[in-house]
Design a protein around this ligand. Structure first.
Ligand SMILES: *Cc1c(COP(=O)(O)O)cnc(C)c1O
Length: 429
């Protein structure tokens, strides 16, 4: 093959997966094995010293999972990736080597509800703090950063509010502060948005969603750009200082752009154990093979459904950055020009009660707490995914009481619209 870099559609099928060296199997086998036999004692020692890349034990590394990690890293334009058991696990894995008791992150108010809870409540138990700010207010983001801040966190296309983060601007703030920008790219996928191209250091995904694409398995992944200079300050001793949890190895010195990835495997997965399983990795690899085809269809359907809703008198408003009326439409053209994804919200006349009637009346849509399935999904965020939040947090996240969230699937758009039409008729009767 030529030296020309491969295009996305090609990488989504081929990256990370050569024919199986043992059998020639063309599809990546599910290596359902806990341990891998060492050639001899020297081989075992080299693997444990991180001098040779190979397989030891599936809590750390596994060939099926490695194929997935390499494929996602290629699609995001990163240096390396580490897969884990869920999107929420990926978020903890991304923060783990950066953080310590007394340290904090600055995060966008516009986040997946579960992430708001994870960052406002659960990480406190580790002694980690989080300050939430409006990421459209760059001065507020700058003001929230202090000497103990170790990362900035946001979503590229935010779940669920139809919001797009100005990644270039936020990356500029992170750069000036000498801290990494972590971007949750779940709703956009690397087909629609590549946060590393806009200055992100780390990208996290819930692979549960579009990457797998059919609602079968939970999983997560952290991709490292390999571009952050961990040695530039004393803020990141996990990489810049001898790591006591790995016989004094200085990860940034020994592994350069792979420091984060190796630290996450050798220490993060080793000691936190939030490992993906090979079956799960297999389903996700299958899903990724058709990612671009699905995302094009998801976006085309979402644009059609959103435009239909916007024109319907039973609807108060539609929050979707793919609509020319959206305040984020220009930002969409810059951050994710191929489309704003297929997840959006709309407010219906009659508020909370009619939202509940609507989700009770749909037939083709599934009423579930998931997104990024091939099927169209609907949920009333305020009473479910965002239930644990305060009214203020819900409003900031775009999940007010009168709003329903849809994840538009890849069925025929006319059938999707017909179902919403009949359900709206029943809800507003
Ligand atoms: C679903 C989701 C998560 C959490 O992922 P899980 O796989 O459910 O743990 C995080 N961020 C976003 C944007 C999500 O949609």
């Amino acid at each position: 093959m030529s030296d020309k870099p491969l295009n996305f559609d090609t990488l989504q099928i081929h990256a990370g997966a050569n024919p199986d060296p043992a059998t020639g199997a063309r599809q990546t086998p599910i290596y359902q094995s806990t341990a891998f036999v060492f050639r001899d004692h020297d081989h075992a020692a080299a693997l444990f010293n991180l001098q040779e890349v190979g397989f030891i034990y599936s809590r750390l590394t596994n060939p099926t999972i490695a194929a997935l990690q390499d494929r996602v890293a290629a699609l995001e334009g990163g240096a390396g990736a580490v897969a884990c058991s869920s999107g929420h696990a990926a978020q903890i894995m991304a923060l783990f080597p950066l953080m310590g008791p007394g340290l904090n992150i600055v995060a966008s108010t516009r986040l997946y509800g579960g992430t708001v809870t994870q960052f406002s409540q659960t990480i406190k138990r580790f002694g980690w703090g989080c300050t939430f700010v409006d990421f459209d207010d760059l001065d507020a983001v700058k003001a929230a950063i202090d000497d103990n801040t170790r990362a900035i966190f946001c979503e590229s296309v935010a779940n669920p509010g139809g919001y797009i983060t100005d990644l270039d601007a936020i990356a500029g703030v992170a750069d000036a502060a000498g801290i990494p920008l972590i971007v949750d790219n779940t709703s956009a996928t690397p087909y629609l948005c590549r946060p590393i191209d806009h200055g992100a250091t780390l990208v996290v995904h819930s692979t549960t969603k579009y990457l797998t694409g059919n609602g079968t398995v939970t999983g997560g992944v952290v991709i490292d750009s390999g571009k952050f200079d961990w040695m530039a300050s004393d803020k990141f001793p996990s990489f810049s200082q001898p790591e006591p949890a790995y016989h004094g190895l200085v990860f940034a010195e020994a592994l350069g752009p792979m420091a984060f990835t190796f630290h996450s495997i050798a220490i993060g997965l080793r000691d936190l154990g939030m490992t993906m399983n090979p079956q799960g990795a297999h389903y996700t690899l299958m899903g990724i093979e058709t990612l671009s085809l699905r995302m094009d269809k998801h976006v085309a359907n979402a644009e059609k459904v959103a435009a239909w809703l916007e024109a319907d008198p039973r609807i108060d408003s539609v929050s979707y950055a793919g609509l020319p009326s959206s305040p984020y439409y220009d930002r969409k053209s810059r951050i994710c020009p191929k489309g704003a994804g297929a997840l959006f919200t709309f407010a219906i006349k009659g508020g909370y009660d009619n939202c509940v009637k609507l989700v009770n009346s749909v037939e083709l849509f599934s009423h579930v707490a998931n997104l990024g399935d091939a099927r169209s999904l609907i949920i009333h965020s305020a009473s479910t995914t965002h239930r644990q939040l305060s009214d203020e947090q819900r409003a900031a996240a775009g999940a007010g009481a009168n709003v329903v969230r849809v994840s538009i699937g890849i069925e025929n758009a006319d059938d999707i619209i017909a179902d919403l039409d009949q359900a709206l008729t029943k809800a507003l009767a």
